[in-house]
Design a binder for this molecule. Structure first.
Ligand SMILES: Nc1ncnc2c1ncn2[C@@H]1O[C@H](COP(=O)(O)OP(=O)(O)OP(=O)(O)O)[C@@H](O)[C@H]1O
Length: 291
């Protein structure tokens, strides 16, 4: 079965226990998702991408928040094409890549098109199959999904090697993150899942949020969820929009940049040897955090 056929089967199959995960030969594919909107998915994607690019990796960001794309705003560039052109104008995937600043490539999800939020299964499948062509071109592909749960979001999660759920320390943001995790568990066989808590004011708040996340459900501890880290509440993050530059580049010594560096290490991207033993699963993490 070739890659496209395997992907078709995977995407069509909505039930657990059937699809094995798509294996990429080259690129490591991360999908960044959340329960609530506005919790920091795009800030994370753009800055992790910029950090990886700075250390010499070939990185692509896919803005899969279809119809509400923000990556171009953070990078201060107008894309010539968007994901919409893949399906509405039958463009090839390579034609819709925008060469951004800081050696970053991205694909815009387009802005202001309701039809992008209402794609048919066939259109969605077409996008995912076309994305396969990029496997050889990049070391890392970061997919910035929309918030919440929709068919669009689930499709992109299905083709990721690892799913990163980002939440703030707000209780409702945490319970929504947990709902997303539950749905992912339901739809995807043995997903690789990691959590990031964003906009943390101090370590005490981080520990409280972690405990709440773990206490949200008894079966949480049974899940193999990686604690990837946290990001401080930091005005540098907001300034990304005004400076049109990722904060890891504009503010290399900021607290938030330190957090991104740590997160990149935890993502194990070509850091396997350096970080082996560092990866914390929630179970052991919880012991340290305490109830
Ligand atoms: N750690 C942080 N400190 C300060 N501000 C932050 C932090 N993280 C995100 N923000 C701010 O929160 C807002 C939303 O962030 P962002 O656009 O990255 O979220 P999102 O999850 O991608 O949103 P959407 O769901 O709308 O796509 C932005 O103004 C951003 O600057």
């Amino acid at each position: 079965m070739d890659q496209a056929e395997k992907l078709r089967e995977l995407v069509r199959n909505k039930e657990k226990n059937v699809g094995d995960k798509l294996q990429y030969k080259n690129a490591k594919v991360f999908a960044i998702t959340s329960g609530k909107g506005g919790v920091g998915k795009t800030s994370l994607a753009v800055n992790v991408a910029a950090f990886l690019s700075k250390i010499g990796k070939k990185v692509l960001i896919i803005d899969a928040d279809l119809g509400l794309s923000n990556v171009e705003i953070m990078l201060g560039i107008t894309p010539n094409h968007t994901i919409r052109d893949l399906i509405k104008n039958n463009k090839d995937i390579k034609e819709v890549i925008t060469k951004g600043p800081f050696n970053l490539d991205f694909i815009s999800g387009g802005n202001g098109f309701l039809e992008m939020a209402e794609l048919s299964d066939v259109e969605r499948e077409e996008i995912l199959i076309k994305l396969q062509k990029l496997d050889e071109e990049y070391d890392v592909i970061l997919i910035d999904t929309g918030a919440g749960i929709s068919k669009n979001v689930i499709s992109f999660l299905m083709v990721a090697d690892e799913i990163i759920v980002i939440t703030t320390s707000e209780p409702t943001s945490i319970t929504d993150a947990y709902s997303v995790i539950k749905i992912v568990k339901d739809k995807i066989e043995k997903p690789d899942l990691g959590i990031i808590i964003n906009r943390v004011k101090n370590i005490i708040e981080y520990k409280k949020a972690s405990s709440l996340l773990i206490n949200t459900s008894k079966d949480f501890l049974e899940m193999n969820i990686k604690n990837i880290g946290f990001i401080y509440e930091d005005s540098c993050v907001r300034n990304t929009i005004f400076k049109k530059t990722p904060f890891v580049i504009y503010y290399p010594d900021s607290q938030a940049t330190g957090c991104i560096k740590y997160i990149v290490e935890k993502l194990e991207f070509n850091y396997e040897e350096k970080t082996s033993g560092l990866i914390t699963k929630f179970r052991s993490w919880f012991k340290n955090v305490g109830r």
